[in-house]
Design a protein around this ligand. Structure first.
Ligand SMILES: *[C@@H]1O[C@H](CO)[C@@H](O)[C@H](O)[C@H]1NC(C)=O
Ligand SMILES: *[C@@H]1O[C@H](CO)[C@@H](O)[C@H](O)[C@H]1NC(C)=O
Ligand SMILES: *[C@@H]1O[C@H](CO)[C@@H](O)[C@H](O)[C@H]1NC(C)=O
Ligand SMILES: *[C@@H]1O[C@H](CO)[C@@H](O)[C@H](O)[C@H]1NC(C)=O
Ligand SMILES: *[C@@H]1O[C@H](CO)[C@@H](O)[C@H](O)[C@H]1NC(C)=O
Ligand SMILES: *[C@@H]1O[C@H](CO)[C@@H](O)[C@H](O)[C@H]1NC(C)=O
Ligand SMILES: *[C@@H]1O[C@H](CO)[C@@H](O)[C@H](O)[C@H]1NC(C)=O
Ligand SMILES: *[C@@H]1O[C@H](CO)[C@@H](O)[C@H](O)[C@H]1NC(C)=O
Ligand SMILES: *[C@@H]1O[C@H](CO)[C@@H](O)[C@H](O)[C@H]1NC(C)=O
Ligand SMILES: *[C@@H]1O[C@H](CO)[C@@H](O)[C@H](O)[C@H]1NC(C)=O
Ligand SMILES: *[C@@H]1O[C@H](CO)[C@@H](O)[C@H](O)[C@H]1NC(C)=O
Ligand SMILES: *[C@@H]1O[C@H](CO)[C@@H](O)[C@H](O)[C@H]1NC(C)=O
Length: 695
């Protein structure tokens, strides 16, 4: 007993590890119990001149992004510019050296033994922190590791940050580590999607799957004469002289090629590939609106594949849009088609696969769909994204037949925007579920497809298991969520997926427990660089952001474009003599305007400027007298209290759930903190205070 505890003490004294992070690093061996590398403002970043221009993005390009991330994370505004040069031999200041050529012996292969270019090694001495990628992307992930160590060190009370000396090796367990967003049923500005890429990249996510065409399901309307009224979308806006221009139902809810290219570039500059999906031959209401003659009679969400014009039309859509994409793979959707038309379906998938392969060289993915046929078989170079069992696909069987699989099993990996019918999906990925499983194990990983049937799991080294993509669907459309509410649901889920797809669950000693994950995640979420989806102010919790006693001239501007929840926003307002009721398209005067929300006195209305939707309380304040208004918000709701009263008035939305029933849900708005009033505001506004935190 005595011996054993001495041994433990010795190990603790001689091995100082790096701090646990997300995803966890595969291995690190400390070289000295006491020495460390200090990240302070004297630091230099050097890119190996031999490899600086390698890759796209280049090593030097990644280094620039790293430089600005490091500055924002440390608050050091003056880290000197990135240099291109040789490996410094005995640097006089702490130097980060980015290079390529990780050694073969580091075994930076996927769990199935396949090579991966995303691994890296790192070696830390007191003055030199070397990151050696297998490729530029590997080096990029190495910079994310360094940044997380800096953040966690500072959070642990060590500022400037220190990183223990030693050497490490790290690489992903699986090739595909992604998240899917249903951008078909909900409109998103490209800038938000770019911010999501940047955020996800901090957790070494390498893929953003965009489900970019769909419609909102309502059986009664779909099957009736008014099916054209259902919301549908195709987000890629071709030029006006394109033969498919008429496909886009609302130009104001589509991305031009320039906008999309900018988004795609921002993502790839952060190591994230956009994989686009155009979903046919089911989920195709948008095509039926454009060319009604192609629909299955009575089911306008399905296209009749046997019409001679159907496949050529779908090919013409891909012809127009394929050149936009830099990814080597695209998804043609191909889910939930009629099982009795299996041969048509399989012919369709194979023909599109052949066409896309031969015209662009890109590989094709489809969603797992049960389409039983005795005569036809889907081509083996099609990757199948499994998402459910009943009536869907059985991944173990498909892998036995030679298909490559991506695990998007809904039991573990699905979310729905704001509300889930019958509580089927959680609000954010269920950590309890993702950390449950075999006794003593660390829970779910991409090789696990079933929560209750062991025979449906495969082993971590299955060569046909490519990885995993989590998914957030927007079944209830634009009016269910603001853009930022989608981020609130994704934020932690993306980090969990990063851990589980990089480190796996039971393969590596270093994999995180649920408790470790929960401890580190909030620190890393708050520090994730390159975007500000939390709409954080940089002020501490509970701080007063502003307190403006008297606003005499309108508009009045603050330096805060938008402030994320939780917050309390209070003011006293005397509305002008008469406030005409507002309706969409009217020119009423906002009382407060911010980047993510606009507030009008009329009907006490919040507007979401991204979707132009309005949410009101349905009453007006008494004109010509002061009312004290306090708006309280968390990521889950926003409510007002008036004149110090107890009653809470919640901003809500009434969602149509499949057209079967209505569901009232709360809305969360960021504070419209940027501009008070507008020219010509005829009322009075005093004591405008914004405080962080829930009060
Ligand atoms: C950089 O800025 C920090 C404060 O942010 C300051 O303490 C330090 O002296 C500056 N270093 C240089 C080299 O200017
Ligand atoms: C390399 O890694 C794989 C997967 O983690 C493992 O199965 C294999 O044993 C390792 N090989 C060596 C030489 O360490
Ligand atoms: C802070 O550092 C101590 C000592 O190295 C370590 O035990 C602890 O886990 C660290 N805390 C965090 C949040 O990483
Ligand atoms: C599709 O069109 C063909 C040819 O007109 C027709 O025979 C078939 O019934 C249609 N399929 C469906 C499901 O409506
Ligand atoms: C996939 O296989 C089909 C034939 O089955 C072929 O036509 C297509 O070009 C292949 N795709 C790629 C990207 O090679
Ligand atoms: C999370 O998963 C656990 C285990 O499967 C389950 O008991 C629990 O109800 C789930 N929680 C939510 C909110 O879905
Ligand atoms: C497979 O599935 C069962 C049931 O969910 C689970 O207990 C087990 O841990 C899973 N993992 C492996 C590697 O079999
Ligand atoms: C597991 O796979 C079998 C076929 O091998 C399938 O019938 C069954 O539905 C799957 N189990 C679960 C829980 O999905
Ligand atoms: C786009 O235009 C349609 C039709 O005018 C409108 O209903 C919708 O709110 C607009 N969308 C946005 C994001 O402005
Ligand atoms: C928001 O709501 C979700 C789902 O009900 C819950 O899990 C989460 O804890 C809530 N967060 C806050 C800050 O209220
Ligand atoms: C929300 O959208 C659904 C589906 O488009 C629609 O039926 C419902 O009326 C909308 N609700 C509001 C409050 O706009
Ligand atoms: C504004 O705040 C001041 C100081 O707290 C208070 O005296 C005054 O009554 C408030 N004005 C209104 C209109 O509530």
């Amino acid at each position: 007993m005595g011996c054993k505890s001495t041994l433990v003490v010795l190990i603790l004294a001689f091995s100082r590890s790096i701090l646990a992070q997300i995803p966890s690093v595969k291995s690190f061996i400390s070289s000295s119990p006491s020495s460390s590398f200090t990240v302070d403002s004297s630091l230099k970043i050097v890119v190996d001149s031999e490899f600086a221009q390698n890759g796209s993005p280049s090593l030097a390009g990644f280094a620039q992004t790293f430089h600005s991330d490091l500055q924002s994370i440390t608050g050091l505004g003056n880290v000197s510019q990135v240099q291109i040069g040789k490996a410094p031999s005995d640097p006089s200041v702490p130097t980060i050296f980015l290079t390529l050529g990780a050694s073969k012996s580091a075994n930076l292969t996927l769990f199935n033994g396949k090579t991966s270019n995303e691994g890296y090694e790192f070696e830390v001495t007191e003055r030199l922190y070397t990151i050696r990628g297998v490729s530029t992307k590997g080096a990029w992930w190495g910079t994310r590791t360094l940044l997380q160590q800096v953040v966690l060190s500072i959070a642990n009370g060590t500022n400037p940050a220190v990183i223990p000396t030693g050497s490490g090796a790290d690489n992903p367990g699986w090739e595909i580590r992604g998240f899917m967003l249903d951008v078909g049923r909900h409109w998103f500005e490209p800038s938000f999607l770019a911010d999501l890429c940047v955020y996800a990249s901090f957790f070494k996510i390498q893929e953003f799957h965009l489900h970019a065409s769909d419609f909102i399901y309502n059986e009664q309307t779909l099957l009736g004469p008014n099916w054209r009224e259902l919301y549908s979308s195709f987000r890629f806006q071709p030029p006006s002289d394109s033969p498919i221009f008429g496909l886009v139902p609302e130009l104001n809810e589509s991305w031009t090629q320039d906008q999309f290219t900018t988004l795609q570039t921002t993502c790839s500059n952060h190591g994230v590939t956009i994989v686009p999906e155009i979903d046919t031959p089911a989920h195709s209401l948008v095509i039926s609106k454009w060319k009604p003659e192609l629909r299955v009679e009575g089911s306008p969400d399905l296209l009749n594949i046997s019409f001679p014009e159907t496949i050529p039309t779908i090919k013409s859509i891909w012809d127009a849009i394929l050149p936009w994409f830099t990814s080597s793979e695209v998804s043609i959707g191909a889910d939930e088609y009629d099982e009795s038309l299996a041969n048509d379906y399989i012919t369709f998938v194979n023909e599109m696969n052949g066409y896309i392969g031969s015209t662009s060289g890109k590989d094709v993915r489809i969603w797992g769909t049960n389409e039983p046929s005795r005569t036809e078989k889907i081509a083996e170079n099609v990757t199948i994204q499994h998402w459910w069992f009943p009536g869907g696909s059985i991944p173990v069987q498909l892998m036995n037949q030679g298909y490559s699989i991506i695990n998007s099993e809904q039991v573990f990996l699905y979310l729905d925007g704001k509300f889930s019918d019958e509580g089927q999906f959680p609000w954010t990925l269920n950590l309890t579920r993702l950390w449950s499983g075999a006794p003593g194990g660390k829970g779910w990983a991409p090789n696990i497809f079933s929560a209750d049937d062991r025979t449906n799991n495969t082993s971590v080294d299955n060569p046909l298991l490519r990885g995993s993509i989590m998914a957030l669907w927007n079944d209830w459309g634009n009016n269910a969520t603001t853009t930022l509410e989608i981020y609130y649901q994704l934020a932690q889920s993306i980090a969990v997926l990063g851990e589980k797809t990089w480190a796996g669950s039971d393969v590596r000693e270093s994999g995180l427990t649920k408790e470790e994950f929960e401890k580190i995640y909030p620190i890393l979420n708050a520090a994730a660089p390159g975007q500000n989806l939390n709409r954080a102010t940089g002020l501490p919790a509970g701080a007063q952001v502003f307190n403006v006693k008297n606003v005499s001239t309108f508009p009045f501007k603050t330096e805060f474009e938008s402030v994320g929840p939780p917050y309390t926003f209070s003011f006293s307002v005397k509305p002008p003599p008469s406030s005409p009721p507002i309706h969409n398209g009217s020119t009423s005067t906002p009382l407060f305007t911010g980047l993510d929300s606009i507030f009008y006195l009329e009907s006490m209305t919040f507007e979401d400027p991204a979707t132009n939707l309005r949410y009101d309380l349905g009453f007006d304040l008494t004109s010509e007298v002061f009312t004290d208004v306090e708006i309280h918000a968390t990521i889950n709701h926003t409510y007002a209290q008036l004149n110090g009263g107890e009653e809470r008035f919640y901003w809500t939305s009434n969602l149509s759930i499949w057209g079967e029933y209505f569901q009232l849900v709360n809305m969360s708005f960021a504070a419209p903190s940027h501009v008070f009033g507008a020219e010509g505001f005829g009322g009075e506004l005093v004591n405008v205070t914004l405080r962080l935190g829930e009060q």
